[in-house]
Design a protein around this ligand. Structure first.
Ligand SMILES: *Cc1c(COP(=O)(O)O)cnc(C)c1O
Length: 499
């Protein structure tokens, strides 16, 4: 299978090169030139498979330049072993008949990004070999919290790689900061920067195109790469858990093989819900894809009107991983919906860069509306939903998952659709303990508690065990306490390379 760029489809390459590069040279995203299919018989066969076997089955349809043996090594390395705490890496909790919650937060950093960032290092090191690359790959990451830690965990002590993460020193939660500065591994480096997330992100982007930086990398026998969600190697493992969730709905008798389910996804960069779209397109019986946003509702408006407009106020919410105004992966959806019209996609993306938006024509808008339904909810509604779900099902969800549950309820109310549904749960409630406890009715008494006391309290309230990786932070050695100025990223990187 060939991969083509959304902005120039005559550029075509195998998946190993697409994964190594991350982004196409002219700024487009790599997509498969044709989406493979899954028949109902195949899905039926997968019902009795383990998660790892389901993963290999789906991955081999996309990464055709990898052997089945190689893909097995990747999937076993990522999802076998002890990294995921539950029996399956992506278990489905059934709250009532026809209502499942896909728990994607049992990995080492307690957020769904582990599902992709645990396997990406395996894809990447194999891709380096396949493309004849013998230099060390250095992953550069700017993070607002979740991605940095998940990438560190994934790449820690992976041969042939190094990773550097920059985070805004006052822009992440205490737990998120502790998670990063205590990271183990000989090939990792973490630094705060005096600035916000945008400063971190633009600083990192600058290094990618900076001549001096490129020279420094070559002198140290290194090449740069990125682990953010525009890399195809992060998207493809996410398709697997939608196929797996459908198999589990069938296995549990929540739906008959061949009958449809709805899927609702708390959305930021549009990566997670795009993977659900690919699963649907492959043949997994999915009816509606419900796109849930917080107060940053640029996608709600786009799906409802066909007009993308990022020129609006940015809200800081209690579901911070969805605080985003530019959803990069939407580009891949648009490319598919306009039947690979790269000229059109380029024009829209130029509009986004120049004027902060674009408008798609009626035909595309109609296609979007046939497949998606979109809604949003604010912090107050998010908290109310956490309380209601706890009361009704004795089940505790985090703030991001709560946005999805709330929006799904709006969808049901408006449409009366009673199709069995899967809500995607993207983070452990322990990761956002303060907001969750406050939603569960705790008042000012929690204000004096430190993060570990909050974890204990939430554990009692939710009757859930504290994830081991969070508990261990308390006594973990702080290895990376440095902070650099926002113009000092390159110096910091050079220092690390020469070590
Ligand atoms: C990253 C993230 C999201 C958003 O996912 P996208 O793929 O960017 O849409 C939602 N919830 C959590 C907890 C996240 O970390």
């Amino acid at each position: 299978m060939q991969y083509i760029s959304t902005r120039n489809k005559s550029l075509s390459t195998l998946s190993a090169a697409a994964i190594k590069k991350g982004l196409s040279a002219e700024g487009g995203l790599f997509v498969p030139n044709q989406i493979p299919t899954l028949s109902l018989e195949e899905i039926n066969d997968m019902v009795s498979m383990s998660y790892i076997d389901r993963a290999v089955y789906v991955l081999k349809k996309y990464l055709t330049d990898f052997s089945e043996e190689e893909l097995k090594e990747c999937a076993e390395g990522a999802y076998g072993g002890e990294k995921f705490s539950a029996q399956s890496p992506a278990p489905l909790a059934i709250l009532e008949k026809g209502f499942g919650v896909l728990e994607l937060w049992h990995g080492p950093t307690c957020a769904f990004k582990d599902m992709a960032l645990q396997i990406l290092p395996y894809f990447l090191t194999k891709s380096m070999k396949k493309t004849g690359e013998d230099k060390t790959v250095v992953i550069l990451v700017a993070t607002s919290g979740d991605t940095g830690k998940a990438a560190l965990e994934g790449f820690s002590d992976v041969d042939g790689t190094k990773i550097i993460v920059f985070y805004p020193s006052d822009g992440v939660s205490d737990i998120q900061k502790l998670q990063m500065i205590t990271q183990k591994g000989d090939n990792v480096f973490v630094s705060g920067i005096r600035g916000n997330f945008d400063d971190a992100q633009s600083g990192v982007k600058k290094i990618f195109t900076d001549e001096e930086a490129n020279k420094a990398f070559l002198e140290n026998n290194c090449v740069m790469s990125s682990a953010n969600s525009i890399n195809w190697g992060r998207l493809v493992p996410q398709i697997v858990y939608y196929v797996s969730a459908y198999c589990d709905m069938v296995a549990n008798g929540e739906t008959e093989l061949g009958e449809s389910i709805n899927v609702c996804v708390p959305t930021g960069n549009f990566g997670n819900i795009l993977a659900a779209y690919y699963a649907k397109k492959m043949g997994v019986p999915i009816n509606k894809l419900v796109c849930a946003s917080n107060a940053n509702n640029v996608l709600t408006d786009f799906i409802n009107t066909g007009k993308y407009n990022k020129n609006r106020e940015f809200h800081t919410t209690i579901s911070p991983s969805m605080d985003i105004l530019i959803s990069s992966n939407l580009e891949r959806l648009l490319f598919d919906l306009c039947e690979n019209d790269d000229k059109k996609v380029s024009a829209w993306m130029n509009g986004l860069a120049k004027n902060g938006g674009y408008q798609v024509e009626e035909e595309i808008k109609q296609k979007i509306k046939d497949i998606f339904w979109a809604g949003c909810c604010d912090d107050l509604m998010t908290k109310e939903t956490i309380g209601k779900v706890k009361e009704e099902y004795d089940y505790t969800i985090d703030t991001h998952t709560a946005v999805a549950v709330n929006v799904y309820n709006q969808y049901k109310e408006e449409t009366g659709d009673l199709t069995p549904a899967v809500i995607v749960s993207t983070a452990s409630p322990f990761k956002f303990n303060q907001s969750v406890l406050s939603a569960l009715g705790k008042g000012s008494e929690i204000e004096q508690l430190d993060d570990f006391e909050l974890l204990d309290l939430l554990s009692k309230e939710a009757k859930m065990e504290i994830p081991k990786s969070l508990k261990e932070l308390k006594n973990a050695e702080k290895r990376f306490c440095g902070i650099c100025g926002k113009d000092e990223l390159l110096e910091t990187v050079k220092d690390f390379l020469s070590k």
